[in-house]
Design a binder for this molecule. Sequence first.
Ligand code: FES
Length: 245
Amino acid sequence: MAQPAQAVHGGKTGSAWWVEPYLTVLALGLFGLYSIWLVFFQHTGQFHNYLSPFFSPTQSWGIKVLPALWVLWVPLLFRATCYYYRKEIYRGFFHDPMACGIPESRRKFYFGETRFPFIWTNLHRWFWYLALVVLVFLWIDAIRAFIFPNGFGVGLGSIIMLVNVVLLTLYSLSCHAFRHLVGGGSTRFSCADGSPTTRYKLWRTVSDLNQRHGLFAWISMFSVWFTDVYIRMLIYGVIHPVRFF
Ligand code: FES
């Protein structure tokens, strides 16, 4: 049974339980709008050996698929179906459920993820597989960011792209679906396929990462954003590239 908000939030009258959902709406909304603006109105994301994650792999690999199609299909749907973001999206965008202990306004018509439209979020594991493909391309792009016309080098953009792909990897490997894949579905590791010890260690590692999944979700989203903004400012000539050696 739903409890009054004061009880859930330590009895503080006027507890600001609504701050997180609305900040989420703001951040995800702006990120979504920025992504749409980029893929529909910007024709490039490349500055020499630096490539915006929004334009990978379509630009550097000449893959004949519209950036809009690729970006909106895989990375955005991967995030939109993420278990962590789902919680935030339900609370922030639909107010259903609003927060722990806050009465729901549309309980009569709320069927969770058992019916359309939210049943499609159960496809998350499949978007996770596709996101791994994107990740491979992003790692290749990050390595290419260290290769300049005169050979190996390190620029500010190289470091930004490397940090970005590391954060995206942490986000992907801390995924709930991946945790289930490596061992979450096993009731006894001694009976699991493969090496039980290795699987248990892997599951423990992924479980540790999984505890920080929300953190990785946010910082990887902002790192993608920041990486594109940095490369875009180089493209527009607003700033000059920095090369350390
Ligand atoms: Fe968040 Fe899978 S649960 S990426």
